[in-house]
Design a protein. Sequence first.
Length: 128
Amino acid sequence: MRVKIHDETATGQVIGTLDLDVSGTVTLRELIRLRVREEVARHNARPVERFHGLVRPTAAEQDLNGYRTAAAARVDWEPHADAAVTAFGRNAFFVLVGDRQVEDLDEALTLDEASRVAFVRLVQLAGG
């Protein structure tokens, strides 16, 4: 089943979407890892200079519209999935399913094609 994942700003503006194959019930941890695996697979299939994803690839520089990488640089998904799970624990982003914030990585989520899933990244303020 395909679930549409939305990336949003803290004000609710959608800044990106990703269709993800999800089977039945998954934990939030599994959903984060599936998302990162899909982003990396898409990048590795058609490498470009700018990586758009939940976490910054190793040795990449953050810029306005993603992360700048060396041309054709392959990315290994597993360390990035681990980093994304860690980032969730540090409150770098939060996840909404429907109108509810999911706070527990091990919470079981039953998703269907009508489910609204949003990843909201929190940006640190300069000097803060």
